[in-house]
Ligand binder design. Structure first.
Ligand code: 9D3
Length: 249
């Protein structure tokens, strides 16, 4: 049974590229995921198919009106087939949401049905948030034009975690962030390129030495670029690594 993504968006065409290439396209063809779209514009009742309006109280931008959103969500919910209620995640993409982490992606990859509600303009009428009771997720502290790209980020990050999608199941394991560290440097042929040499140890064939070098490089890089990852417990799954080593003794 595929993991079903129901995307509620007024811009479904934005997703075409992401869904038609590479690993995600393959996952769809292999029946690992299914992606469906519902457009709130199809649930408007006026001639101009109006989905947004000026904010009460004044101010810039436009606000998503509640009715087309509610009707779109209600149509999606009616398609609930057999997916167990506890295997469903209902997510509203918003800059006010909980930050997305690899841990959140792992949890989402356990679902059978994920509903992603994308905003646009300056956001939703608060009654959408109040009335629908979706989980709110943000992908980071920067401002985008809408929830569509964040929804694609979730589809991408979740899909590659599904069994069989990456071919080599164990390639998920060594992911940066799963271990709470940045990745070690990688090299391929040739052994020397424009005067830049591949570190000798990688050519040595000594796998124990290689493993040690890689771990040290990963720790060194993380300490230099992302010291926050060494301190933070919440976003990583295996906090129980050698802390004195990580923190530079
Ligand atoms: C004026 C206040 N703005 C909030 C910073 C309003 C606003 C700007 C942009 C409301 C929504 C948006 C569109 N962004 C999203 O819908 C969004 C988003 C994002 O902008 N950054 C990170 N994650 C996300 S998830 C959805």
């Amino acid at each position: 049974m595929p993991l079903i993504f129901d995307i509620i968006t007024i811009f479904p065409e934005m997703f075409a590229g992401v869904l038609s290439e590479s690993i995600i396209a393959r996952a769809i063809k292999a029946g690992k995921i299914e992606v469906r779209f519902t457009n709130p514009r199809d649930f408007t009742k006026d001639r101009h198919k109006k989905v947004d309006d000026k904010p009460y109280g004044g101010g810039p931008g436009m606000v998503f009106m509640p009715e087309p959103i509610f009707l779109a969500v209600e149509q999606v919910e009616r398609q609930a087939t057999i997916a167990a209620a506890e295997k469903t995640r209902r997510i509203l993409l918003t800059p006010q949401g909980q930050p997305l982490t690899q841990k959140v992606l792992r949890q989402l990859s356990q679902a059978e049905w994920i509903i992603l509600l994308c905003g646009h303009y300056e956001g939703f009428d608060e009654r959408v948030i109040q009335g629908l009771q979706f989980e709110e997720i943000s992908i980071g502290d920067y401002v985008l034009t809408g929830g569509e790209i964040p929804a694609m980020v979730i589809i991408d990050g979740v899909t590659r975690l599904l069994p069989g999608v990456l071919g080599n199941d164990s390639s998920n394991r060594g992911d940066s962030f799963e271990e709470g560290l940045l990745e070690f440097p990688q090299y391929t042929r040739p052994p020397e390129f424009r005067g830049m040499k591949v570190p000798e140890v990688l050519l040595s064939g000594n796998h124990q030495e290689i493993a040690r070098w890689r771990e040290e490089e990963a720790i060194r890089r993380t300490r230099k670029r992302r010291a926050d990852l060494l301190e933070k417990e919440g976003s990583r799954e295996k906090p129980e690594r050698n802390r004195s080593k990580l923190l530079g003794r």
